[in-house]
Every structure is written in structure tokens, then in C-alpha cells.
Write a protein that binds this ligand. Structure first.
Ligand SMILES: C[S@@+](CC[C@H](N)C(=O)[O-])C[C@H]1O[C@@H](n2cnc3c(N)ncnc32)[C@H](O)[C@@H]1O
Length: 203
């Protein structure tokens, strides 16, 4: 690939990462040879994986927009992945231009390229944190700057390997004893089959 991406600090390009493999499946450019090799191996075994990735993006976008249309103005996107077509802040702002979004991922590549994409957008941020450590996620100063836990929070966790309800429970706990996990909007998804090699519908 001629326009190979930069290697941000903390990234080992020889070691495939889920974020970069997924990026390649979606036709992105934020990946290295090791990621493409893994993606091609998966495709050889399960050719529907590309459709599944796009179908998952479509679900993510519809879920995010639906939550915004129902009045939620702040979002935490866990296991957010690399920037792609129709990122969460772009999608929710179709319904709520003032929406605030915090992207959470444990891959430094996501931090580097996500921050680059956001530029001087003060209402969105990318943080580097492990979703298995709710205290690390919820204690992050950028997240605390953007998310007001006295208000409902849209919690998106699509195809990020979230198991159980530890982080949703922690978000609910942060909102106060009266809050329950998922109230105020939560999405959790698994990839499913979809239309062949087409980006998800927008709007
Ligand atoms: C398949 S991508 C999904 C991206 C996006 N949520 C979507 O549905 O299109 C999974 C993402 O979860 C991230 N991830 C995996 N384990 C994680 C963890 N323990 N903490 C934070 N992010 C994690 C990966 O780095 C990757 O970017």
C-alpha cells in the first residue's frame, strides 16, 4: 500500500489488532500488512465477514441516531474502532447538533487517528482506556469534561466484545442510585449478514 499510515506511539504494526483488521474489512486505510493478512484469512474462511462488518456499522448508526432522536444529548461509544464512514458524532448530530460524544478504545491507533479526525471539535473526544476497567473509563478527565452524569447517557457498545453488564452498570451507578443500566439509551450489537459490500444507509 503506497499511502501507508503513520505508526503512532504504542502501536506495533507487526502485530494485528482488531481495530485495524475491522478497518481493513470496511475498506479503510488505517491498517498494516499484518492486519490485512489476518483479514484475508478470515475472509477465506467466512466470505460474509465483509457484509457482516457493514451490517454492523449500519446497526451502530441506526441505534445511535435513534437514541439521539429520543432526546439523549451525550454518548459514550465503547470499543469505538477507527474513524470510518458515518462516525458516531456525525450520525447523532443529524438528530441533535449539540450532541457530545466520547469514543473509548484501547488501541493507540484509534486514539491517534480519531483525535486527528475530530480536530478542534470541543464536543467530542477519543480516550484510550480498557472497557474491562470501568473505573479507568469513567474516571478519565476528558470523559468527565463531556459527560454529565446527572443527565441520561447513550451507551453504545457494538461489536467491541463487551460481555456482561459491568460497564453499563458502572455508568448507571455514576448517574446515581436511582439510575438503572441501559436507561437513557444503550445499544449492544453483534455483526449480522447484510447487503453485499454496500455502505450502510445514511439519514
Ligand atoms: C470490531 S471493532 C468495532 C468498532 C465499532 N464499535 C463498530 O461496531 O463498528 C472492535 C473495537 O473494540 C476495541 N476493543 C477491543 N477490546 C477492547 C477493550 N478491552 N477496551 C476498549 N476497546 C476494546 C478494538 O480495539 C476495536 O477497535
Amino acid at each position: 500500500m503506497d499511502d501507508a499510515p503513520q505508526v503512532p506511539p504504542g502501536v506495533d504494526p507487526a502485530r494485528p489488532s482488531p481495530a485495524r483488521v475491522y478497518d481493513y474489512l470496511l475498506g479503510g486505510r488505517h491498517n498494516f500488512e499484518a492486519d490485512r493478512a489476518v483479514a484475508e484469512m478470515i475472509k477465506a474462511q467466512a466470505p460474509e465477514i465483509v457484509d457482516a462488518a457493514w451490517a454492523n456499522r449500519g446497526f451502530h448508526q441506526r441505534a445511535a441516531k435513534w437514541i439521539a432522536e429520543h432526546g439523549i444529548r451525550q454518548f459514550i461509544d465503547i470499543g469505538s474502532g477507527l474513524p470510518t464512514v458515518g462516525n458516531t458524532h456525525q450520525v447523532v448530530r443529524l438528530a441533535a447538533p449539540d450532541a457530545r460524544v466520547v469514543y473509548v478504545d484501547n488501541d493507540p491507533m484509534v486514539l491517534a487517528y480519531g483525535t486527528d479526525l475530530l480536530g478542534d471539535d470541543q464536543a467530542a473526544a477519543v480516550i484510550l482506556a480498557d472497557m474491562r476497567d470501568p473505573a479507568e473509563v469513567l474516571g478519565n478527565p476528558e470523559l468527565r469534561r463531556l459527560i454529565d452524569f446527572t443527565e441520561p447517557v447513550g451507551l453504545l457498545a457494538t461489536a467491541g466484545g463487551v460481555r456482561g453488564r459491568q460497564l453499563p452498570r458502572a455508568v448507571a451507578y455514576d448517574r446515581g442510585p436511582e439510575a438503572t443500566a441501559g436507561r437513557g439509551g444503550a445499544g449492544q450489537g453483534r455483526p449480522a449478514g447484510g447487503r453485499r459490500h454496500l455502505p450502510p444507509l445514511q439519514g
